[in-house]
Write a protein that binds this ligand. Structure first.
Ligand code: SF4
Length: 463
């Protein structure tokens, strides 16, 4: 890599989930305020940052690969920083895996990126520096008032809390991020207003567990209250989408808030992880499967067009054939609109790793494929039921003579698309009459029918 052309330029590679993207954007924001300019080519930067993901082995490998690649190309005057979850979790091991890393800053302290860079610049010896304190990040972030959501097109993630206090036996997130810490509502609402001013059309509410919002602030029904505050303060954002609800915590109040607040789209992501009581017990997850049936029925009764997304882990330690069959039956009966299925990934420092009966990799993969094949039939039928509806579609890009967008039924990056012939205006919500259905995607044409003939719930709820 050639010598960096300018001293105050940074290159930031963000890996992992949407929560990490928000932290990356916030770090970029802080660096920009400190006079650094972001560049797309690492060759042009004096500071190279990889915001790593340390959730599962494959994500770790990707993060290590990215660090090694930059370390190999790094020039004498360039600094390489490992930030994010893998950095927080593994500390100095990161430097052993990717020699050449100058500094390691944990996910809980990303807001210290500017002083950390200065400290690295001032250091007299080439030893790496570590900034991995245990305290949670969110409070500090708000003190500095620097949070900015990750904006992609006209869609923005809004992180309302960080960390997690649930005991799921397969998950290392609480070890990495610490316990759940809610951001103060005023800071979140102020950020929503800024995003409205920036022309955002879709606000995606995220946290490790959004339904836990506010418990640490002493709030009752904190998420419902927050959603009402956000939608009142930012009435021009037409779509507010709620992700990552925890089973058992989708309350009647939350359902009512969703159903009666037109800006909140009729979409809910509830990662259930399994549908068999015994597997759920071993996962240390809520094992009250009846609650799921009742709650899905309540959601569908309050919002007949609600799209429900969930994720499952298959091949969890000890998962018997009978438990897997139970999961399939659960999926058949509940007919989720969207399902993501993942094979269990062994995580050394979690309770699941100590369970003696680990399911073989081939069995895990076969179960995942079987579950997804079942879901594909359900997904196709659900999509076919959309044919004839007029759905507002957020236009996000173009393909070969088609516009590509999403309806309220699709969250970015994980769900499907709506394909419409011709070039429609980017970043706009366009009414589209659905005329075709595939397993994951829909096709349609711009709807030329006068607005008043469109079913009122679509106009009020989604435009
Ligand atoms: S709720 Fe999610 S983030 Fe929290 S421990 Fe469970 S799986 Fe991990």
């Amino acid at each position: 890599m050639s010598k960096a052309k300018q001293k105050k330029q940074f290159y930031l590679l963000s890996l992992g989930c949407s929560k990490n993207s928000v932290d990356s954007e916030s770090m970029a924001d802080l660096l920009t305020r400190a006079g650094y300019a972001g560049v797309a080519d690492p060759d042009d930067a004096s500071v190279l940052i990889v915001n790593t993901c340390g959730f599962i082995e494959s994500a770790r490998q990707e993060s290590i690969g990215a660090l090694r690649e930059l370390a190999a190309l790094k020039g004498k005057n360039q600094l390489l920083i490992a930030a994010g979850c893998m950095a927080q979790r593994y500390g100095d091991e990161v430097v052993a895996w990717a020699p050449g890393v100058d500094g390691v800053i944990g996910t809980r302290r990303w807001m210290d990126i500017v002083p950390f860079v200065r400290q690295l610049r001032r250091r007299k010896h080439p030893q790496p520096l570590y900034h991995l304190p245990d305290e949670a990040a969110t409070v500090g972030a708000d003190e500095r008032g620097a949070l900015r959501a990750a904006v992609q097109g006209r869609s923005a993630y809004l992180k309302i809390a960080d960390g997690c206090r649930r005991p799921c036996a397969f998950c290392a997130i609480p070890q990495i991020k610490g316990t759940h810490v809610s951001r103060p509502p005023q800071a979140i609402v102020a950020e929503a207003v800024r995003l409205q001013e920036a022309g955002v059309q879709e606000l995606i509410i995220i946290a490790q567990d959004t339904t836990d919002y506010g418990h640490d602030l002493g709030l009752k029904n904190g998420l419902s209250q927050l959603l009402r505050q956000i939608t009142q303060a930012a009435p021009e954002i037409p779509w507010v989408r709620l992700m990552y609800a925890y089973p058992g915590y989708v309350t009647d109040e939350l359902i009512e808030t969703m159903a009666t607040t037109p800006q909140i789209v009729n979409y809910l992501d509830i990662p259930l992880q399994h549908g068999h009581r015994e597997t759920l017990k071993r996962m240390r997850r809520p094992a009250n499967v009846d609650w799921v049936y009742t709650t899905i029925a309540r959601l569908r009764s309050a919002m007949p067009d609600v799209a429900i997304r969930t994720t499952f882990i298959v091949g969890y330690p000890g998962e018997t054939d009978e438990e897997f069959e139970g999961l399939k039956q659960f999926v058949r009966e509940l007919e989720f609109d969207r399902v993501g299925a993942f094979t269990y990934s062994y995580e050394a420092s979690t309770p699941s790793a100590t369970v003696a009966w680990q399911v073989e990799e081939e069995v895990k993969a076969a179960r995942r494929d079987e579950l997804m094949a079942l879901q594909q039939q359900i997904s196709l039928a659900k999509n076919q039921a959309q044919v004839g509806r007029v759905l507002p579609v957020l236009i996000e890009g173009y393909g070969d003579n088609v516009s590509i967008g999403r309806s309220y039924r699709d969250a970015p990056e994980i769900d499907g698309y709506v394909l419409i012939p011709g070039e429609l205006p980017l970043g706009e919500l366009v009414p589209v009459r659905i005329d075709g259905a595939m397993t994951y995607d829909l096709t349609g044409v711009p709807d030329l029918v006068p607005a008043q003939t469109i079913a009122p719930q679509y106009i009020s709820a989604h435009l």
